[in-house]
Ligand binder design. Structure first.
Ligand code: UDX
Length: 476
């Protein structure tokens, strides 16, 4: 990295190209990585893929980065089904439809860099779901690094997916969802935690297998895997990955803490008024509730969640984003009587500045869908979690939070239907009882470990140094 930074200081900066998948949970860590690399002397170009219906990141918020828009060719495959399944289909679709436009734009950028010696471009960091586009870059002579936005543990599940099928764990049988999976030690998984198809209709299974095996191939054919995690959080999982993968693994997280001044890369408008509302609440009193950018609930579950929250008696800040309730495109409607029952102690917004909400002293606990970004953000803020995973990697994240870090409580053991009495009891347990206090204490310990790993001599900073050095070698 020193060579690269020195080059940045004296001459033209070495340039890193970034290629995020255009979904919120994937864009956020990529933009944080961009800020970290930029602060270390690299010039940054972001290729942003533009399938129809997806907001583009606001380039004006990131004047230090160059942006190249990549339109999608032709029509989408018109995948029906629900939002989740459409999102899955969209990932394959964006690979296919952006291939030619991306090739054209990358070739033009390389040609422009050529008179300056060609060595201007250090590498492309691409989301691991963009295998087709990573292949394009490699064929044009650009070394690639794969960013996987989930945990180390979840990538290990991805890499073991074929084995889990060969061994008969998968496809999961209803009667064996709670059977232990013993072949991925030390993770305390059950079948339901590794199936990756939870939350999807049965017919999405083949699509998920395809996505997973493409992501694994993208990593195996790259020059290295970048993970938004840190050693003290996932030491054993990282060691296992390093043992099993032939490419170097760079655990450079928590990226949002390494780039705390980065402007938000939110695709939705954040309602910052809720921070003022939090200012008016007592310290460690508020339950923050959010299910991320993709997960959805049924209308019935929303009603049960609402009454569980209301009956717990605790103040709450709830993100009800448009599209959260399956089958209702508009904002979710809360049940009659809910407003009156919670007057004065609740705030509902359609999108929140989540990192700031979690860091706010009034926030006591986080009811989360266990997306990896949310999980990591909660860990780094020292906030214990009420765990209600929905799909994909989320059940595995929840299992880790509950059983390994012991900083969260699984709502209804993970599997069953939401029911208001259980929701209320779980909120009370987390926010009022002794074992909840233990979870809060352990969450606080994780926060300290996260803070340590981003100090100058901390594990993640040292790994970022190595990452810079690796890129210099790739250029040589
Ligand atoms: C998805 C998957 O769920 C996740 O498991 C995978 O690892 C990445 O892609 P998503 O479902 O959106 O992501 O969840 P999550 O990973 O938690 O990311 C959501 C992001 O949106 C977080 O960075 C969070 O801070 C942000 N957010 C969420 C907001 O800024 N405001 C909100 O109101 C809610």
């Amino acid at each position: 990295v020193h060579a690269a930074v020195a080059a940045g200081a004296g001459h033209r900066r070495r340039r890193v190209l970034l290629l995020p998948l255009p979904l919120q949970g994937h864009i956020n860590p990529m933009f944080h990585l961009a800020s970290v690399l930029h602060a270390r002397g690299f010039a940054v170009t972001v290729f942003h893929l533009q399938p129809a219906g997806v907001n583009a990141p606001d380039a004006s918020l990131h004047p230090a980065f160059d942006f190249v828009a990549v339109p999608a060719d032709g029509d989408g495959d018109g995948a029906g089904g629900d939002y989740l399944e459409a999102t899955l289909a969209g990932i394959l679709d964006v690979n296919r439809r952006c291939e030619a436009p991306f090739r054209e734009r990358l070739a033009a950028l390389l040609e422009e860099a050529a008179p300056a010696g060609g060595g201007d471009v250090a590498c492309l960091v691409a989301d691991a779901h963009l295998l087709t586009l990573m292949d394009v870059a490699r064929r044009l002579g650009v070394p690639t690094l794969a960013l996987r936005t989930g945990s180390a543990a979840s990538f290990r599940v991805f890499a073991a997916h074929r084995m889990l099928r060969d061994m008969g764990y998968l496809p999961a049988r209803e009667s064996e969802l709670d059977a232990p999976v013993t072949v991925l030690p030390p993770a305390p998984y059950r079948v339901r935690d590794v199936m990756l198809t939870a939350g999807f209709g049965g017919h999405a299974q083949d699509q998920i297998y395809e996505l997973v095996s493409r992501a694994v191939e993208a990593v195996r054919t790259s020059s290295g895997l970048i993970l938004n995690t840190f050693d003290a959080l996932e030491h054993d999982e990282l060691a296992a990955l390093r043992r099993d993968l032939d490419v170097p693994v760079f655990d450079v997280g928590p990226l949002h803490k390494l780039s705390p001044t980065a402007p938000p890369s939110s695709l939705l408008r954040q309602d910052r008024g809720c921070l003022e509302w939090l200012d008016s609440q007592a310290p460690a009193s508020v339950l923050y509730v959010s299910f991320g950018s993709i997960a959805s609930v049924s209308a019935g579950e929303l009603v049960e969640a609402a009454w569980g929250i209301a009956n717990s008696g605790h103040p709450f800040l709830w993100v009800l984003r448009p599209g959260l309730v399956r089958g209702a495109a508009a904002a979710a409607a809360l049940p009659d009587g809910f407003d009156a029952a919670t007057r004065g102690r609740g705030e509902v917004v359609s999108w929140a500045p989540q990192e700031e909400v979690l860091a706010h002293p009034a926030t006591a606990a986080f009811w989360t869908h266990c997306g990896w970004n949310s999980t990591l953000e909660s860990v780094c803020a020292g906030v214990p979690m009420l765990l209600r995973p929905c799909f994909g990697d989320q059940p595995g994240n929840a299992r880790y939070a509950e059983r390994v870090w012991r900083a969260g409580l699984a709502l209804d053991g993970g599997g069953g239907e939401l029911e208001r009495g259980k929701v209320e009891a779980a909120i009370r347990r987390l926010m009022e009882e002794d074992d909840g206090a233990g979870m809060r204490r352990r969450a606080g310990e994780l926060k300290s470990r996260a803070a340590e790993c981003i100090t100058k001599a901390g594990s993640s900073c040292l790994i970022i140094d190595k990452l810079g050095a690796a890129r210099s070698r790739a250029d040589a």
